[in-house]
Design a protein around this ligand. Structure first.
Ligand SMILES: Cc1cc2nc3c(=O)[nH]c(=O)nc-3n(C[C@H](O)[C@H](O)[C@H](O)COP(=O)(O)O)c2cc1C
Length: 155
């Protein structure tokens, strides 16, 4: 399976999540490409078996500024057949916890992608054993979901 992980991270928390996801996927034998979302063109990620989109939340539940071009570009594509999963770090001190994760999941869904039902939201840095496990289990669940769906589609 080929996976793409695109993320935005200002202080490294979402990036640490992305690295945990990557390590699990690599351990499953996946080929993983990872890059900052402000460098990503939507066209270039359509061929992956699964795309992971990660972002921290800014302002009052807003997307990071650097995510806006990618987010707008999604409007130009039909994502039918694309498998996607969303993740990000946030802070419960703000009223709209990890709202950027939902904004991305909703947009991908509207553009026709299959979006994994669970959204991975971590408080600040994934540093406790429970938080790390949650990230690892998320990657494993998404992996199993994609493999399962692709097998069904190919029957
Ligand atoms: C000005 C500002 C606004 C923020 N707004 C939100 C918010 O609305 N919701 C949220 O969950 N976190 C919010 N955060 C917290 C960040 O999302 C959090 O610190 C996150 O861990 C940063 O991730 P990063 O290290 O990947 O950049 C805000 C942080 C700052 C500095």
């Amino acid at each position: 399976m080929k996976a793409f992980i695109g993320y935005l991270s200002m202080s490294g928390n979402t990036e640490d999540m992305a690295n945990i996801l990557k390590n699990v996927l690599v351990s499953k034998g996946c080929e993983v490409e990872m890059e900052s979302l402000d460098l990503t063109e939507v066209q270039s990620i359509l061929a992956y078996d699964c795309i992971f989109i990660g972002a921290y939340t800014w302002g009052d539940g807003d997307l990071p500024y650097e995510a806006e071009d990618f987010f707008e570009e999604l409007n130009e594509y039909d994502l039918t057949g694309v498998h996607a999963a969303c993740f990000g770090s946030g802070d419960h001190a703000y009223p709209k916890f990890c709202a950027a994760v939902d904004t991305f999941a909703d947009k991908l869904n509207k553009r026709g992608a299959h979006v994994f039902h669970q959204r991975l939201k971590i408080e600040l840095n994934p540093e406790t054993d429970d938080q790390i496990l949650e990230c690892q289990q998320f990657a494993e669940s998404v992996y199993a979901w994609v493999i399962n769906k692709k097998e069904i589609e190919h029957v």
